[in-house]
Design a protein around this ligand. Structure first.
Ligand SMILES: [Mg+2]
Length: 110
């Protein structure tokens, strides 16, 4: 069992101990993922990138919490569809190496 699967089992254990699994439909999980991503953006709202790094010590605890919330819903969604997320990420990185060969300019670089 890889590390993402182990974390997912901890999340599922937490969820099932509270009988929340009926609320965790794929659509609700996807919506929750977007909502938590919104909470992540809220921390950055009205700040430029430089401000974020200047204030990093202050905002880091909230960033950690929201990134974790995003990951939790992402892991649960992958679990619902029986997708091995670690393998999916590794395979997608391989696809990206083929899609974006080193030295080939992307649209935003031209
Ligand atoms: Mg949150």
């Amino acid at each position: 069992m890889n590390s993402i699967e182990k974390l997912t089992m901890k999340i599922v254990e937490f969820r099932d101990a509270r009988d929340w699994e009926n609320f965790h439909t794929p659509k609700n999980l996807a919506l929750s993922l977007i909502i938590e991503t919104g909470e992540l953006f809220e921390i950055m709202q009205w700040k430029d990138d430089n401000q974020l790094f200047v204030e990093l010590d202050k905002i880091k605890p909230k960033l950690k919490d929201e990134l974790a919330d995003v990951a939790i819903y992402l892991f649960l969604l992958a679990h619902e569809f029986n997708i091995d997320l670690e393998l999916a990420i590794a395979e997608k990185i391989e696809k990206n190496w083929e899609k974006y060969p080193v030295g080939k300019k992307t649209e935003f670089e031209q």
